[in-house]
Design a protein around this ligand. Sequence first.
Ligand code: NAG
Ligand code: NAG
Ligand code: NAG
Ligand code: NAG
Length: 324
Amino acid sequence: MSRINLEVLLVLGLLLVTAKQSMQMSLRNPTAEIESSNCKVEVLRVGLVLASDNNEKALLDSGLFTEDSSVDFVGRKFHVGNLNNTLIVYVKTGTQTVNVATAVQTLLNKFNISEIVFFGNAGSLDKTIIPGDVVLPKAVAFTGVWEWEAFRSENKGELVFGGFNYPVNGENLLGTAAHENITLYSPSDEPKEVFWLDTSLPGYKAATEELTKDLKLKECHSGRCLPGTSKIIYGSKASTSDFYVKNEAYGEFLHNEFNASTTDSTSAAVALTALSNEKPFVVIQGVSNVVGVQGSYPELASQNAFLVATEFINLLPTQRLACE
Ligand SMILES: *[C@@H]1O[C@H](CO)[C@@H](O)[C@H](O)[C@H]1NC(C)=O
Ligand SMILES: *[C@@H]1O[C@H](CO)[C@@H](O)[C@H](O)[C@H]1NC(C)=O
Ligand SMILES: *[C@@H]1O[C@H](CO)[C@@H](O)[C@H](O)[C@H]1NC(C)=O
Ligand SMILES: *[C@@H]1O[C@H](CO)[C@@H](O)[C@H](O)[C@H]1NC(C)=O
């Protein structure tokens, strides 16, 4: 183990011990503890965000979540409880970026959230990343925001439709499309134009790597098994758009143009909303399919992404004592 990893682990270990102690204290007799000190327990929960029924089923089937209560806002149910003894609130957002952003913003407005852990399914754009793999990208972008240029315009976008004519390349009335930046609004900064949204919590990478080294990912579900042994991938780039990409040629374009390894219709929306609220977050993607290749494993993708999300949440200190 490298020195750096060891240090990260030590720091995390301390945080974890503090968190567990304060949790035990508050479980034992919360009011007495608070009254006998100058400290008050600040109840912070991890916001666990998931998008689909398959994701939620993975959580419920695990038996690791205990629900204390639930409350509805903007048509979403927010489930308050604990995941393997960490206090969380989870919400199923639904897909499409506007739905995702609405649910995440509501979560942040209505609860005291320490950080956001998002897990969902994604398609792979890289043949070495196969169904069942779990990807923790370092950055994610909206790649479906285009300026669609006029036919034969002087302005040329990166996506040249004529380049995809079949059987031979040529001119195409659809012309070209240029990828656009997106405006990031945040409380402490001027609005700025960005393309890549960096996923935060960098210090946890090394620790997660250590702790998930021996994590056994699922390989079979209802008698159907994955094509290979699953692995966890860190530090790649991810692409999000409101179109579900099944087209191999477009998938190759995304891979070549942006070096994106995965595509989904959710994670950049979580990222942008979290960044706008200056809230730490992490994106965890379960690979359900390879774009352009037959075979989809949405249940196993969800189960494996959930397993990694749980390991990750196990690391996070959630309750803190705020002392005067
Ligand atoms: C749940 O927590 C316990 C101890 O805190 C740990 O040993 C176990 O691995 C956790 N389970 C999962 C599935 O992460
Ligand atoms: C969030 O925390 C503040 C103070 O730390 C508290 O007043 C408020 O009631 C909390 N909100 C919720 C929804 O728990
Ligand atoms: C988009 O934003 C990046 C910085 O994130 C900048 O380097 C680039 O020039 C911008 N592109 C456009 C087309 O505005
Ligand atoms: C492209 O992504 C791969 C995998 O994440 C990475 O190893 C490689 O360095 C990247 N290439 C470039 C040119 O950024």
